[in-house]
Ligand binder design. Sequence first.
Ligand SMILES: [Zn+2]
Length: 333
Amino acid sequence: MRHHFWRKAGFLILVVLLLVFGGWKWGQMQDGVQREEVRERQLDFRAENTKLKDELKRGENEEQKKNKKQEGRDREAQEENAQESQEENAQESQEENAQEKKEESIEGVSYTDPPSLDLASVRAMEAGAVLDTARIDENMIDSLFSSEEVGEELRQKISGISYQENDHISLGDLRYIRVLHMGFDGQTHIGELLVNASVADDMIEIMSELYKNSYPIERMLLIDEYGADDELSMSDNNTSAFNYREIAGSSRMSRHSLGVAIDINPRYNPYVKKTGSNETKISPANGADYADRSQEFDHKIDENDLCYQLFTEHGFTWGGSWNSVKDYQHFEK
Ligand SMILES: [Zn+2]
């Protein structure tokens, strides 16, 4: 019986222990569930929080984007404005440039792009005229040193003045020469000479060389412009060649009568002849200041002068090297 009692008591204790253990375990499980729920809720909360934050952020971003867009638009607008004003400025400066160019070209018309003169136009110019060399083709210059036979117009002009019918020279022996020469004014002038046909080429070559070297010759007109009066021509410092003169009481002919002599810048290079112990004849009279050749002055012909060098190279003699008289303006062949 006793044995049966302990078996019952043992069984009861076991049941109680199991109940106690079970209860503890359940409680623990319940705690775990609760903790799990809390964690989930926490996670949910966090997620919600994150979501809100994201939304908030997105909102901010959009706001920012909007702002940025606005800023961008403002900037674009500013840039457009800048662009426009730049374009306006560019247009203005282009207009200014165009205006300046127009003004330049207006100025240029009178200096760099003049209407060009053809050969016929230059040949039609009066002797003594100034030729604006900017208006001619540089290649034309050689053609402006030319020689031609005496035509009818010229025959009428010189007959009875520098030319008279004679036994020594006919008009057919003469050549009318047109050249260019550098004037005392530094400008190019049309020059003319009447010379013997035998020296025509020499004269053209020498005058061409003098012009290329800008050798100043003040005037070069036919002596007929002075009524064939040698003194008038010389005193006007006119360079000339042919002038038919019969020297009274002399069989000797001036080389000018044959057109083989030329007088260059005669006022500065006068004819000087001692006529007495204290008397000197100077032609032209207004060239007296230049009779003393020991002085230095412009347009003085001496042995260092280009004119002297060219004429002597072409076989001419210089009147300045004569003994009896000194004719500093004179070269003859
Ligand atoms: Zn002479």
